[in-house]
Write a protein of this length. Structure first.
Lengths: 400, 165
């Protein structure tokens, strides 16, 4: 079938003409796909006038791995490893969202044992810390501070080690399953995690001294790339980036899923302490504050896991796993707070098979990145690097 | 505002024809909207102080692949002030032999989120959005042939003369 209607080609022709015209008047500059500051294979096409960026055209899709097509030919349980590969810096959060959606469709979300829920939240928050550490560390390196990057990776390594101990894999865990977990936590995990928390609290103080209050860092990030709240909402921006624009919007509190209603934590928002509300520094600071809140949550989870939800010899994390995962015919959109923002999965189930008819994933990075052309009009090229870094996207999730 | 109130609000504003049905069997009820009115409905739901659905969570295209070969678009709206969610659906039958793509109205003028989501839907499912400012492919290369998420998609054997294994 050849599609010939000329209006389908119109947008592409307009785009080609725009680039051709811009190469005469201004300069067209390609940033990426291999540019280190784009954090993966993102290509930004810049139309520049000297040092001023007039327009940014992002080109994505270099890491497209057909997640949605795969999900249409595999069962729900088999799709979980593929969700890990979306936001590969916070795999636990992805599979948690996916699994929650399937459990709600199956109607077994209320039967999940409390210990399983707490372990899920524990590993998710650990993974969120690891993801934010990368965001902070690589952001430092974009701006020219090398040391925080090494320190962040050193501390992240402890988390990787612990999660590897629990799941057997360093980054792509496949640990959270529909109806339960792969395995219970290994014996001694809670103690090791507590040691890490004590160690890490002091390291966060050091990191703040090194980067957060660093005058060079503040000069590069404050008042740069200001994202007003109404623009953020209209573009579907979510997560730390939306909170940095001054809105207290965290799905862990709004939807109260899993064990989060029983945990005590604050929602940090951007205040414009060093410049305007919603600038790059605010986005950075919200992540630093979120790490501290995540540590609080990890501690509370450990308290419960070591006292009333203590491991017992006969505890089976796979006890509630359905033998056949066949939800009744319906469609369902599940959303939860991933490390980068609102992570959603939309399922269409036909009620007959274990294979969904359609799965759409709404990656937070995809939407957060779409606001980039809007907030980088008229900035300097050097500031564009600061803005791109502050968005903290993962290309695996943008392209899926 | 509850589901039935929203239904009432829409029929009062746009007449009975705007809602073609509803799905209340599953966990999330959905309103089926007349495809021609979807942009106006979204604008009303976003701006009306009683609903304030100001956040478009997700926009998904679906190929139902039934007798009529229906294509649909599903909109998941969320309201930040009221902390509510709403699902809207539009769908149209499409002729399998036709060389044209199924067409829906773009809601980019209401939610800028829809910009990239509609490009993605166009890219993977071949749904054309009328009024979209820049409807190019987004994930696949510009010269890709066919729309992979369609149920009747045949995987290409060659890409630019290179055999795909």
């Amino acid at each position: 079938m050849v599609i010939t209607n000329p209006k389908y080609e119109e947008a592409l022709l307009n785009y080609n003409k725009k680039i051709a015209d811009a190469s005469v008047e201004d300069m067209v500059l390609n940033m990426g796909p291999q540019h280190p500051s784009t954090h993966g294979v993102l290509r930004l096409e810049l139309i520049t006038d000297g040092e001023i960026v007039k327009e940014v055209i992002p080109h994505i899709g270099y890491l497209h791995r057909c997640f949605e097509k795969h999900a249409e030919s595999l069962t729900y349980q088999q799709t979980i490893p593929f969700t890990d590969r979306m936001d590969y810096l916070a795999s636990m959060n992805n599979s948690h969202a996916f699994v929650m959606g399937v459990e709600r469709m199956m109607g077994i979300d209320k039967d999940i044992p409390k210990r399983v829920e707490y372990i899920r939240v524990l590993v998710c928050e650990l993974n969120r810390i690891a993801s934010h550490l990368i965001a902070i560390g690589t952001y430092g390196i974009d701006i020219g501070a090398f040391t925080p990057f090494l320190w962040c990776f050193r501390d992240r390594e402890h988390i990787m080690g612990m999660l590897e101990w629990a799941s057997g894999s360093r980054m792509l865990y496949n640990y959270i399953w529909v109806g339960g977990l792969f395995y219970d936590l290994p014996v001694g995990f809670e103690e090791r995690c507590r040691d890490f928390v004590e160690y890490f609290k002091l390291k966060m103080v050091e990191l703040n001294q090194l980067l957060t209050d660093n005058q060079v860092f503040i000069s590069r990030t404050a008042n740069v790339g200001v994202l007003p709240l109404d623009v953020a909402i209209n573009y579907g921006v979510s997560g730390p980036m939306l909170r940095a624009s001054g809105l207290k919007w965290d799905l862990r509190r709004i939807d109260n899923y899993s064990a989060y209603p029983e945990l005590d934590f604050e929602i940090p928002v951007g205040t414009g302490l060093m410049g305007a509300v919603g600038d790059c520094w605010d986005r950075y600071k919200v992540r630093v504050d979120e790490i501290e809140q995540s540590i609080r949550m990890v501690e509370q989870c450990l308290d419960r896991l070591q006292k009333e939800l203590k491991r017992t010899a006969d505890f089976d994390p796979r006890a509630k796993m359905p033998r056949k995962t066949i939800p009744k015919a319906q469609d369902y959109y599940v959303r939860c707070e991933g490390a980068k923002g609102e992570l959603g999965f939309y399922f269409v189930a036909d009620g007959k098979s274990e294979i969904p008819v359609r799965v759409k994933s709404r990656g937070p990075s995809f939407n957060n990145l779409s606001v980039l052309p809007e907030i980088s009009k008229g900035v300097l090229i050097a500031d564009l690097i600061a803005i791109v870094g502050s968005i903290d996207f993962v290309l695996g999730e943008v392209d899926r | 505002m509850m589901f039935n109130d929203i239904k009432l609000l829409l029929t009062e504003k746009f007449g009975e024809a705007v809602i073609t049905g509803e799905e209340t069997g599953g966990l999330q009820p959905a309103l089926l909207i007349n495809p021609d009115d979807i942009a106006a409905v979204c604008l009303e739901l976003r701006n009306n102080p009683k609903t304030y659905f100001d956040f478009l969570s997700s926009l998904s295209g679906v190929h139902y692949n039934d007798e009529d070969n229906r294509y649909g678009v599903v909109y998941h709206l969320a309201s930040i002030p009221y902390k509510t969610q709403l699902t809207l659906k539009v769908s149209k039958p499409h002729d399998r032999e036709s060389a044209d793509l199924p067409e829906f109205k773009s809601i980019t003028s209401v939610y800028r989120t829809a910009d990239w989501h509609e490009r993605e839907t166009y890219d993977l499912l071949g749904i054309y959005f009328e009024g979209h400012p820049d409807l190019r492919r987004i994930l696949l290369p510009d010269d890709w042939e066919g729309f992979p998420l369609r149920k009747d998609y045949q995987a290409a054997e060659y890409y630019k003369g290179i055999k795909i294994d």
